[in-house]
Design a protein around this ligand. Structure first.
Ligand code: PLP
Length: 383
């Protein structure tokens, strides 16, 4: 069965023999042209027209009110969390099944992460797990939510949209609203995905995207902070830009800001990549549908299809094996045969650095983590 799966993966990607990466970037549009233009202009750094243009393109695509381009997704999340009030003496709720950047962005604000379980179908933060945790462990004091065990204020909740599939974002927002917990979306993997027709990253108070080299589109390194609130968006842009008050020559700063602004040269790459986003999404969807169809015919295998109400960007396609042993055997065989596959990230409390963090047992997340494999999901050349 394993050989059969490998043969099919190679067929889908029209890669009969060569090394097949998990997700390689493709630069087949105006990338070189815009980069050359950017260099010729000398505006390669934090001032230049491409940054605004790239923000406009992402803002229009996501229908956010404001989109602020920054140096990477981790810094985007770190700043977003600080801005909604995470810091020393607080905790932030997220899911145990996520990339380490989510947890690190929380920790670097000074807050302590709390890791809760995922839903089986979305792989994202489970509303039931969130409700249970808040009901058992939180209390509102004059409308402010606190974690009773530690006395920490609950500063935010950060669901993550795993591999571009939407978590139950509307229900999570409803619960967070009841408890006065600001919700910040980690949509790093989800550019181009929607829930009930609305772009992921625009549901929460703030949301973030990543344009790292392995994401759906890339700016080399890059990220974006999204919001539907104009005033908050302006505040975010100010703070990630050293909080400098606009003036022709004077340097005056009215807050302790960050130097997180995306350089123009990265944004130039981003503009060319955004021009091709629709065709990239269409190609990724074709790949996902081919995988889905193939795995539906293999007993015991389960392709992770987009959940209800979600249109996924299918950033990384994922399939569940019937057992951990079979999954591990597949990982070994495929990587030995030049087809790059990988398991999902270790659950956060399984890392030494987060082994002491509060968690709810992560029962569903653990089952997913034991059986899941990411398959090659890039769009190759020619898009
Ligand atoms: C990629 C990613 C990030 C961080 O993005 P960078 O741009 O690499 O800093 C954050 N969260 C998740 C879930 C990611 O997949």
């Amino acid at each position: 069965m394993i050989e059969e799966i490998i043969a099919f993966i190679r067929q889908v990607h029209k890669a009969p023999e060569e090394f097949l990466p998990l997700h390689a970037p493709v630069f087949s549009g105006n990338e070189k042209k815009y980069l050359a233009d950017c260099i010729d202009s000398t505006f390669v750094s934090s001032v230049g027209a491409y940054v605004g243009q790239f923000e406009d393109m992402v803002r229009k695509h996501t229908e956010a009110a404001e989109a602020v381009a920054v140096v990477n997704g981790t810094c985007a999340l770190n700043a977003a969390l600080s801005i909604v009030g995470a810091g020393q003496g607080t905790c932030v709720i997220t899911q145990g099944l996520t990339f380490v950047a989510t947890a690190n962005a929380i920790t670097h604000t000074g807050a302590h992460p709390v890791f809760l379980d995922s839903d089986r179908d979305t792989m994202g933060l489970s509303p039931d797990a969130l409700r249970s945790f808040l009901h058992a462990s939180a209390e509102l004091r004059n409308g402010t939510p606190f974690f009773k065990e530690t006395g920490q204020r609950i500063a935010a909740c950060v669901p993550m949209h795993v591999f571009g599939h939407a978590c139950r974002i509307e229900e999570l927002i409803r619960i967070c609203d009841e408890w006065n917990v600001p919700l910040v979306e980690d949509a790093a993997e989800a550019l181009g995905s929607t829930y009930k027709g609305q772009a992921l990253g625009t549901w929460g108070k703030l949301g973030i995207l990543s344009f790292n080299g392995n994401k759906t589109i890339t700016t080399g390194g890059g990220g974006m902070i999204l919001t539907r609130d104009h005033e908050l968006g302006r505040q975010v842009k100010h703070l990630v830009n050293t909080a400098k008050e606009p003036h022709a020559w004077e340097f005056s700063h009215d807050a302790i800001g960050w130097n997180y602004r995306m350089p123009n040269i990265n944004a130039a790459l981003g503009c060319a990549q955004m021009e091709r986003l629709e065709s990239v999404l269409a190609r990724k969807r074709e790949t996902a549908e081919a995988y889905k169809d193939f795995f539906s015919k293999i007993p015991g295998m389960e392709f992770m299809a987009e959940p209800d109400d979600c249109r996924s960007n299918y950033w990384l396609c994922a399939v569940l094996f019937p057992t951990k042993n079979l999954r591990d055997e597949f990982l070994r065989y495929s990587n030995d045969h030049d087809v790059m596959t990988r398991p999902v990230w270790k659950l956060m409390p399984d890392l030494d650095i987060y082994s002491k963090a509060v968690n709810d047992g992560l029962k569903v997340a653990r089952e997913l983590a034991d059986r899941l494999v990411n398959l090659p999901s890039g769009v190759g050349g020619g898009t």
